[in-house]
Design a protein around this ligand. Sequence first.
Ligand code: FMN
Length: 157
Amino acid sequence: MKSLVVYYSRTGTTKKIAQAIARNLGGDIEEIIDKKDRRGPTNYLIAGKDAATKRLTEIDDTKKDISSYDIVVIGTPVWAFTMAPAIRTFITRHKESLKNIAFFCTQGGAGSKRTFKDMEELCGKRPVEVLEATTKEVMKDMFKQKISEFIERLSNK
Ligand SMILES: Cc1cc2nc3c(=O)[nH]c(=O)nc-3n(C[C@H](O)[C@H](O)[C@H](O)COP(=O)(O)O)c2cc1C
């Protein structure tokens, strides 16, 4: 099964999980780049507002051909209880090309459920599996077990 992990990460937490999933799945990986500057405290507030109001953003074109993958695993940080605008834009742009999907997210404390629900609605199909982790779990490298279980569940589908 040909797999691709796509993710957006502002500060590296979601990236760490994305890399571990791709390594364990033995598939490809692609980072989604938001062209809008998200650094600094003012941009943090704007980022939260953009996410909460479901705004799209400008992202770089993906290098990989999304339609050539049997499964695309999509990862986002939780922003204002939903997905980051870069992932909203990616899904909006590519949803017709997505065959099977799985989701993962990282969060400070809360919002993964609503985030996955919003992603499912936007994709127009159910994810075969989901995985959520807190920023703390990722920082302390306490996510390996979750990844193995996620991969095992994915492989059994
Ligand atoms: C604009 C913004 C909004 C956020 N909103 C939430 C939230 O609603 N719930 C939550 O648990 N964490 C929230 N966070 C924290 C991030 O989800 C968390 O730190 C995540 O692991 C960051 O991932 P990254 O390092 O890949 O960017 C928010 C962070 C940002 C920048």
